[in-house]
Design a protein around this ligand. Structure first.
Ligand code: ATR
Length: 285
């Protein structure tokens, strides 16, 4: 019998609730095995209010690091020794590295999105981006894009106040990017999209089993607009189908998901995740 797990194998964990449906254990363990790296990745259900205990457990077990998901991405910050500049601006951490008992926090969600744009050679520096939604994903993506040199970011959200909160933070801390918050409204959206380069759906509208689009009018699209949906199930949302019909270049959320994992993998191991293998093995794409 030959097991990959030995005496010196280091633990990396996902702390969150729920975690059962996470693809992260599959993604990281396939990559550890492919590169013959001595780590194992496990998902742990850590209930809301128990993140302190979760972190202490990882530290006690000398884990190499961990990921965080709902509901711990914000509350974890108070228990870390250092937080990267981007993660501090975003106000949430999804990746922690344990360096000899010192916990260093990062956010790879926004970076994962930016990396997937770069992979498609989409220019965002100095350009205008429209973001639909103002939840955790929108906040990470908007802030990271502003940090990385976006010219203008407009956030539309059903709940106006959460869009304002993200934009106020950008305008205060990253003034080289012009930020604007607007109440979700199709007419205004059509006006704003005219001179935009990128449109990103960060709402859950269109996610299985919902088959709606957050924008119903195809008048909103022009062929120089790059349309991104952070949803990856279904692989082509109604929004992306409309974008395709209108001749726009587009992408779904799959590569953002893979890249946020790949950047975390690199933080823990110093190695590059075999992206093509992960895409083939897990996502059959
Ligand atoms: P995530 O962590 O993935 O960003 P979230 O924080 O729950 O998820 O955010 C979901 C986003 O989808 C929010 O912007 C939400 O709008 P509200 O802030 O008004 O709740 C948006 N959303 C969800 N359902 C929506 C709907 N039917 N119409 C418009 N926006 C919707």
């Amino acid at each position: 019998m030959n097991s990959r797990i030995k005496g010196r194998t280091r633990l990396i964990g996902l702390l969150g609730d729920p975690v059962k449906h996470s693809l992260s254990p599959l993604m990281h363990n396939i990559a550890f095995k492919a590169l013959d790296l001595d780590y194992v990745y496990m998902a742990f259900q850590v209930k809301e209010g128990f993140i302190k205990e979760g972190i202490e457990a990882m530290k006690t077990l000398n884990g190499a690091g961990f990921n965080l998901t709902m509901p711990h991405k914000q509350s974890v910050i108070g228990y870390l020794d250092e937080v990267s500049e981007e993660a501090a601006l975003i106000g949430s951490v999804n990746t922690v590295k344990n360096v000899d008992g010192k916990l260093l926090g990062y956010n790879t969600d926004g970076k994962g999105f930016v990396k997937s744009l770069e992979e498609k050679e989409i220019e965002y520096k100095g350009k205008k981006t429209i973001i639909l939604g103002a939840g955790g994903a929108a906040r990470a993506i908007a802030t990271q894009l502003a940090y990385d040199g976006a010219g203008e970011i407009v956030i539309f959200n059903r709940t106006f106040s959460s869009a304002v909160e993200i934009i106020d933070n950008i305008n205060k801390n990253l003034p080289s990017c012009k930020g604007k918050a607007l109440q979700l409204n199709e007419e205004e959206l059509i006006r704003e999209i005219k001179d935009a380069s990128i449109l990103i759906n960060c709402t859950s509208v269109g996610m299985e089993p919902n088959s709606k689009s957050i924008i119903s009018s195809n008048k909103a699209f022009h062929k120089d607009l790059f349309v991104a949906d952070i949803i990856y199930q279904p692989t082509k949302t109604k929004l992306l189908k409309i974008a395709e019909e209108e001749g726009c270049n587009y992408m779904n959320g799959l590569m953002m998901l893979i890249w946020q994992g790949a950047i975390a993998f690199n933080i823990w191991t110093g190695e590059h995740m075999p992206i093509d293998l992960i895409r083939k093995e897990i996502f059959k794409s």
